[in-house]
Design a protein around this ligand. Structure first.
Ligand code: GLA
Ligand code: ZN
Length: 673
């Protein structure tokens, strides 16, 4: 698989010189200021199609030649984009089929971006042609290091082309309509099909009451996106063997990223945490779980290919990063495995909807700004920490199973607490608790290539759907000495989203020593508490289960209120050579910290640092260094076991030192780590 050839961590971002071609003075200034801010890589051409091909078949590369040559002359590398994220007006006018059709079966007009049909043969053909031209011209340019395919692939199309392709995809999958009707539970509401042509994409105008069908449409749309990316990559390949990437997104549920990951050489994503200004623990822990997910997609370093140096323009409240936070949030990415800190964007445009989105260069055109200083500080830190790039990433020993297909099934399910069934929220609570305890995790899905045996502890947060023989794999993992922790609403449906018959959780009831839990949902004002054997009481929230029968050998907690009084809710079962923990109630992050401290008595896991982390302080290690960051609202006293020097400032840190809100230090990693 092609790899990025760069000895350094990348610092840079989206650069849109095509918006400034009438201002050569600004283009000149850009290069000098990039050097000043230690920028060494930029993404170019993401939305340049109307300039690259102003009329059908008429190409204009002169401006891009000059941009790339001049970047190269200033020592700046290029991620060169294919322009498939937005198309020129002439194309929409001449070939309306390239435009996306919404779930009401209405075709979109020209405008916006990301609104094309991924199935349209015309669109695919036009994309391949421009991609081939770009690759032919720049594929061997020494500045170009990476292909950036499209932009933030997302959304579904419901046009007739997609409908036909969906029907073909279904024929391939099910072979006969009888099989499809059986696995879609077609007898319900008389929804059997007698001809393939009767099957429309799921739409509010038609079918939205069949979760199995909705699941298949999400799989089909993922397959269309994967083949679209593959065709783009194949259009580039005859001319260039450079690696390709697509910029992925935050907690994204339209497509299964595990499938898309197979089509690219390098994983990259766009990180836009929702900064609050007070405690940023939750939002940055969420960003870190996304980082861990991106790293785990290929067990390899990834790129944070976009982030904002200050604020965005699309959050409900567009809050500025507070002092120190730009460095801290950037280094959290790097210590999670990112080989870059890149921004949207280098320079604010004068018009368009993103004119007031944060950028390195503001409309003032000055470099004596807070943001420019913050960005330069990050560039400087990446140079100081450049040894991180060469050191191999270590695998985590704890795995959180977070699976997109399970997520689709949970988002469609009609039970429990409506609107609160998204399993990614449960996964985040676990990740955040573990992060505060200094425990590093991988985040992977249920597919066969996830090897449970690689981990000391496997966490199964709300795995409603067991697919890919997950029950059997979990059973054998525990029998052979693995440790698992599963939470409520797990092991209920199969990969077709059909409820399993027989004892639940399917195939693992014996492993956990619980049987047929009955699911309850709690009103917000309702309080049910759990009393742990260690003495603490913790509140349940939103959903909880009452197992019909508990044979687990150790009860670690019981319900202490309501009709479920004294019923076991937190259990440990010794199964084969392994341990199986089960938590029957949903609890918050604080409570999960208590739960994990109990689990770690039996399952020793390595902590990032050998001293307790104060509230809201996190620590991440990479290579021979450890980042300590205060994400809380106030100053925190860090009590280490010995003095250390800060690799960022060069200052000597006493054994105890005060770390201000939003600030971080980087110290040598503890020896046994
Ligand atoms: C996304 C896109 C960029 C830009 C930013 C703004 O990440 O990829 O083109 O719109 O959002 O935050
Ligand atoms: Zn379509």
């Amino acid at each position: 698989m092609p790899e990025i050839s760069s000895p350094v961590l990348w610092h840079g971002g989206d650069y849109n010189p095509d918006q400034w071609l009438d201002r050569p003075d600004i283009l000149e200034q850009d290069l000098l200021l990039m050097q000043k801010a230690h920028v060494n890589c930029v993404s170019v051409g993401i939305f340049s199609w109307s300039l690259l091909e102003p009329e059908e078949g008429v190409f204009n590369f002169a401006w891009l030649d000059s941009v790339i040559d001049r970047l190269y002359a200033h020592g700046i590398s290029v991620c060169l984009a294919t322009p498939s994220g937005a198309r020129p007006a002439w194309m929409a006018e001449k070939y309306p089929e390239v435009m996306r059709t919404d779930a009401q079966f209405v075709r979109r007009r020209f405008g916006g971006r990301h609104n094309h049909c991924l199935t349209s043969p015309v669109y695919r053909e036009k994309v391949k042609r421009i991609d081939g031209r770009l690759a032919e011209r720049y594929g061997k340019h020494p500045a170009v290091k990476l292909w950036h395919i499209g932009n933030e692939f997302g959304g579904y199309c419901y046009c007739d082309l997609c409908k036909k392709a969906f029907q073909e995809w279904l024929k391939e999958k099910y072979t006969t309509l009888d099989e499809l009707n059986r696995r879609w539970w077609g007898a319900f509401w008389s929804h059997r099909y007698s001809r393939w042509e009767q099957i429309d994409p799921p739409s509010p105008l038609g079918e939205t009451s069949n979760p199995s069908m909705q699941l298949d449409y999400a799989r089909f749309m993922t397959a269309q996106c994967a083949s679209f990316i593959r065709e783009e990559r194949e259009a580039i390949r005859p001319f260039s063997s450079l690696p390709v990437t697509v910029n992925m997104m935050w907690d994204f549920a339209d497509y299964d990223y595990h499938t898309l990951a197979k089509e690219v050489d390098v994983i990259s994503w766009d990180a836009y945490p929702y900064f609050t200004g007070a405690s940023n623990l939750k939002t940055l822990a969420e960003a870190c779980m996304n980082h861990d997910f991106m790293r785990s997609l290929k067990d390899a370093p990834f790129l944070m290919i976009e982030s904002s140096p200050s604020k965005v323009n699309w959050h409900p409240v567009n809050h500025l990063k507070r002092p120190g936070m730009h460095l801290t949030s950037s280094l959290l990415a790097v210590f999670s495995g990112s080989d870059s800190v890149m921004y949207f964007q280098w320079r604010k445009g004068r018009g368009g909807s993103e004119a007031f989105h944060g950028a390195v260069m503001d409309h003032s055109g000055r470099d004596d700004t807070r943001v420019f200083r913050d960005v330069t500080e990050v560039g400087d830190a990446l140079i100081r920490l450049s040894d991180l790039k060469a050191q191999p990433l270590e695998k985590a020993k704890v795995l959180i199973v977070s699976d997109t297909e399970n997520r689709w099934a949970c988002l469609n399910v009609q039970t429990g607490y409506q609107g609160k069934m998204d399993p990614i929220l449960e996964a985040h609570r676990h990740h955040q608790a573990l992060m505060q305890l200094g425990v590093r995790c991988d985040v992977k899905d249920m597919s066969e290539d996830t090897r449970l045996e690689d981990y000391d502890l496997v966490i199964c947060p709300q795995l409603f759907m067991y697919r890919e023989h997950f029950d059997k794999r979990l059973e054998s993992y525990v029998r052979n000495g693995g440790c698992v922790f599963q939470t409520c609403f797990s092991g209920i449906v199969d990969g077709d989203d059909l409820a399993y018959l027989g004892t639940a959780p399917h195939g693992t009831a014996q492993v956990f020593g619980i049987r047929d839990p009955e699911l309850d949902a709690l009103y917000p004002e309702e309080t049910i508490t759990l009393r742990l054997a260690t003495g603490e009481s913790i509140p349940a929230m939103e959903i909880c289960e009452y197992p019909e029968d508990v044979t687990a050998d150790t009860v670690l907690g019981v319900y202490e209120t309501d009709f479920c009084q004294s019923l076991p809710c937190f259990t440990l079962n010794h199964y084969g050579a392994g341990l199986a923990f089960y938590l029957a109630a949903r609890v918050d992050t604080e409570a999960l910290k208590t739960v994990y401290e109990r689990i770690f008595r039996d399952v020793p896991v390595e902590r990032t640092v050998d001293f307790p982390l104060p509230k809201d302080v996190v620590a991440l290690s990479r290579g021979a260094s450890t980042l300590i960051a205060n994400l809380g609202a106030g100053t925190r006293l860090i009590k280490m076991t010995s003095p250390a020097s800060d690799r960022l400032s060069g200052a000597l840190l006493n054994e105890s030192f005060a770390l201000e809100s939003g600030r971080c230090v980087v110290i040598a990693r503890k020896q046994n780590g």
